[in-house]
Design a protein around this ligand. Structure first.
Ligand code: HEM
Length: 461
């Protein structure tokens, strides 16, 4: 069977066999160097991937080699490369063969790792769960949960914002995704989920006792058991949580529905896709607000102007300044700094021959700081997204915090809505400040995350 067909059918066994059969690609025709003996570029990239990309770009241009102990690949930088990879018009790229290294067996069969026609079918069905009427239902669940969670901050002193946001989103999303009556099992499910997330970062993913991978696989079983144990009840219910919605979704063309296994695979992946990304985004926004008190005042004024106890989608639509701030935070600190793909055939791009069977990455982080597209890219300036300036509109693929093309983030509106609900309740009650001279300390790999828990002072307004 041809590999593209196997990928379309999500024939995992054939795809993995194909991957194993192809060793490291020959990248000698691609500009660049091999980095350090054995370690390649891994240390430089892990230390500061932004500086690494800037350096290699200055030396070699938009296309260069990358070497690490377990992988070689090609960086393709800039909006044209983003367009090539996201549109994937020549079917050059596979998602499965790139993402399987991360998700292997833990978040199996998710929509991001599906390819071509098989991906299209799953995405088409899932999309209905992210339309406005559904999101209105999600707001109804998350609004009181987030409002209540704000009470857990200690006013008048420093709080580590990262663990606070992480916990709050974990609890709230358990309800939005799995249903209101999840409380009794919330701790067990949250732990299972956290173990699954940790397992994705296990580089070996072998069945070694006590390894993150083994714990993650156990976590998967806990979540699967929960889903299978509740599926019949959910199929008969009219709740507004995502689990219930997934049980009712149908393919508009042939009327088919997701199987129990597909529902389980999709819901666990949605939890994953939503969690660390949104936590990362909210950390960046809160640091930016501590760093830019003028913008914080504007958000507080916007929150006060809404004057409501119960948020609706219409209220959130009116939070224009908050939207600009979120957009700018996602430009400067995109949670997913790089997006990987795997080439299925050789092709030519800007004078380079890109070989088949190689890993390629594009970078939101790099593109978001290109001086050709952004004025003073290192300055926090949300107005750059205002209709009058619209700096982001010069190239369709210059602003890609949510990716683009066929795999563009399905939860984009959900994420913006949740961010606004969080910021509404936060600024209704508090102000946030930082120490003089305090800078934002963060890593960009695997996701943009504060390295010190993000200590910020929270005071009652
Ligand atoms: C600020 C928060 C978020 C950011 C920055 C973000 C970013 C991204 C990016 C960059 C991709 C594309 C990856 C690629 O092409 O390789 C993606 C895909 C995806 N995201 Fe998000 N995401 C966020 C929140 C969410 C939320 C809240 C959900 C679900 C409720 C979600 C669900 C998904 C799904 C299902 C995909 C795969 C879509 C497909 O393959 O068709 N994301 N996200």
């Amino acid at each position: 069977m041809e590999i593209a067909e196997a990928l379309s059918n999500h024939d995992v066994r054939t795809a993995r066999r194909y991957f194993r059969a192809h060793g490291r690609p020959d990248l000698t025709a691609i500009p660049g160097d091999r980095g350090l003996p054995l370690m390649g570029h891994s240390i430089a990239a892990l230390r500061n991937v932004h500086a690494f990309m800037d350096r290699q770009y200055a030396r070699y241009g938009e296309v260069f080699q990358f070497h690490a102990p377990r992988a070689d690949g090609i960086f393709l930088l800039g909006p044209d490369a983003n367009e090539l990879l996201f549109k994937n018009e020549g079917k050059f790229f596979s998602n499965f063969l790139a993402w399987d290294l991360t998700f292997a067996n833990i978040f199996d069969n998710n929509v991001l790792e599906r390819d071509f026609s098989g991906h299209k079918r799953h995405r088409k069905i899932l999309q209905s769960a992210f339309r406005r009427p559904s999101i209105e239902g999600h707001i109804e669940i998350m609004d009181p949960g987030i409002a209540a969670g704000m009470g857990k901050l200690s006013a008048g002193r420093k709080n580590k914002m990262l663990p606070f946001i992480k916990r709050l989103l974990l609890d709230v999303n358990a309800q939005v995704f799995l249903g209101e009556n999840v409380e009794a099992e919330a701790d067990k499910l949250n732990k299972a989920f956290v173990d699954m997330v940790a397992a994705t970062a296990d580089p070996f993913k072998r069945r070694v006792p006590f390894s993150p991978y083994v714990r993650g696989m156990r976590g998967r079983k806990v979540l699967e058991d929960y889903v299978f144990g509740n599926i019949e009840r959910k199929r008969a219910s009219d709740g507004r949580d995502l689990f219930t919605e997934l049980c009712h979704l149908t393919d508009e063309d042939d009327g088919s529905t997701f199987s129990d296994q597909e529902i389980s695979d999709h819901i666990t992946f949605l939890l994953f896709a939503a969690h660390d990304t949104s936590t990362s985004a909210l950390c960046s926004v809160l640091f930016a607000m501590a760093d830019n008190p003028g913008w914080q005042d504007r958000l507080i004024a916007e929150v006060d102007s809404l004057d409501t106890e119960r948020l609706t989608h219409d209220h959130l639509d009116a939070m224009h300044d908050t939207a600009l701030v979120i957009q700018e935070a996602l430009r400067m600190y995109p949670p997913l700094t790089m997006m990987p793909r795997y080439t299925l055939k050789e092709f030519h791009y800007k004078g380079h021959t890109i070989p088949a069977n190689s890993a390629c990455v594009v970078s939101a982080l790099f593109t978001h700081y290109m001086e050709e597209y952004w004025s003073n890219p290192r300055t926090f300036d949300p107005e750059r997204f205002s209709p009058g300036r619209a700096e982001d509109k010069q190239h369709f693929f210059q602003y890609i915090p949510f990716g683009g093309g066929a795999h563009k983030c399905l939860g984009l509106h959900f994420a913006q809505v949740q961010g606004k609900v969080f910021l509404h309740h936060f600024f209704k009650k508090y102000r946030v400040s930082k120490d003089p001279g305090q800078t934002f300390k963060y890593n960009n790999i695997p996701l943009t995350f504060p390295t010190n828990g993000l200590p910020l002072t929270v005071s009652l307004r």
